[in-house]
Design a protein around this ligand. Structure first.
Ligand SMILES: C[S@@+](CC[C@H](N)C(=O)[O-])C[C@H]1O[C@@H](n2cnc3c(N)ncnc32)[C@H](O)[C@@H]1O
Length: 252
């Protein structure tokens, strides 16, 4: 169902509302109040970079990467800057996180006045598309064998046993990730949580489509060469926890 509503960008916006059944989502969708500039970014700029199927970027991408649960967007924005030839799809349910990514992309910060026409800053290639909802609702819109890398970075660990079915790395999601990944494509999972590390290794080692690429302990203990630090990783570092970086290759 499409619900029409007015916004201060001077346009009528078609915003999708939940009409059908959605998978249950356990995290936060909204946090502290989104400040005015960021609200405007969500209303006026998000429609310009919002994912639509079939996905198109401002470039003809060499490959397409997907980041699931990008949080505040540092890794996604940083990767997209480093790799202007790649098209990036970012999925995040948390509205404040989406607003932060838009702020990183446009250079518009809280408290600053919005320019008349918000555009990408001139030194940034138009290579990010944003899905501001549960990625499980996006999967069906992504064709088989079309993605070269999937990032799941510091997913919520849900450490209690009784919450294990909430963990994002699970057989249903792995099946979808495997379907959309090209053969030879990479699923990268990073975590600073002991329980989640063991869980991820068990889930992925039991999944025949994937092979762990690590040959030595440095391959999973050290940040990969193309890494950009995330907010949760920085928090883990401050609190003395070490992260692991698990790269799995799709082999069939
Ligand atoms: C612990 S945070 C990590 C954020 C970021 N990757 C980082 O390292 O700073 C996990 C993020 O995943 C998002 N998330 C969880 N499940 C999701 C889903 N099904 N679809 C999209 N985002 C999801 C949450 O909203 C949250 O922002």
């Amino acid at each position: 169902m499409l619900a029409k509503h007015n916004n201060h960008c001077g346009e009528h916006n078609g915003v999708e509302t939940s009409a059908g059944s959605k998978p249950k989502f356990y995290g936060r969708r909204k946090g502290r109040k989104v400040r005015k500039a960021k609200t405007s970014l969500l209303e006026c700029f998000l429609p310009k970079v919002k994912f639509a199927s079939p996905v198109k970027f401002g470039i003809e991408p060499k490959d397409i990467y997907l980041e699931i649960g990008f949080g505040d967007g540092q890794h996604l924005a940083g990767q997209a800057l480093k790799k202007p030839e790649i098209g990036f799809i970012g999925a995040e349910v948390f509205q404040n996180g989406v607003a932060n990514l838009l702020s990183l992309i446009t250079g518009i910060k809280e408290g600053s006045n919005l320019p008349e026409n918000i555009t990408l800053t001139t030194d940034r290639v138009d290579n990010i598309r944003v899905w501001d909802d549960d990625v499980r609702l996006l999967f069906a819109q992504i064709p088989d064998n079309s993605i070269s890398k999937v990032f799941v970075l510091f997913p919520d660990p849900w450490p209690k046993k009784r919450h294990a079915d909430r963990r994002f790395i699970n057989p249903d999601n792995l099946k979808e990730i495997s379907r959309i990944l090209k053969i030879g494509g990479i699923l990268r999972v990073a975590t600073d949580h002991k329980v989640y590390k063991g869980w991820t290794l068990r889930q992925l080692n039991a999944f025949p489509d994937f092979e762990w690429t690590a040959k030595t302990s440095d391959d999973w203990r050290k940040e990969p060469s193309d890494w950009v630090k995330t907010k949760y990783q920085q928090k883990a570092i401050r609190e003395g926890r070490r992260a692991v970086f698990l790269d799995y290759k799709k082999i069939k």
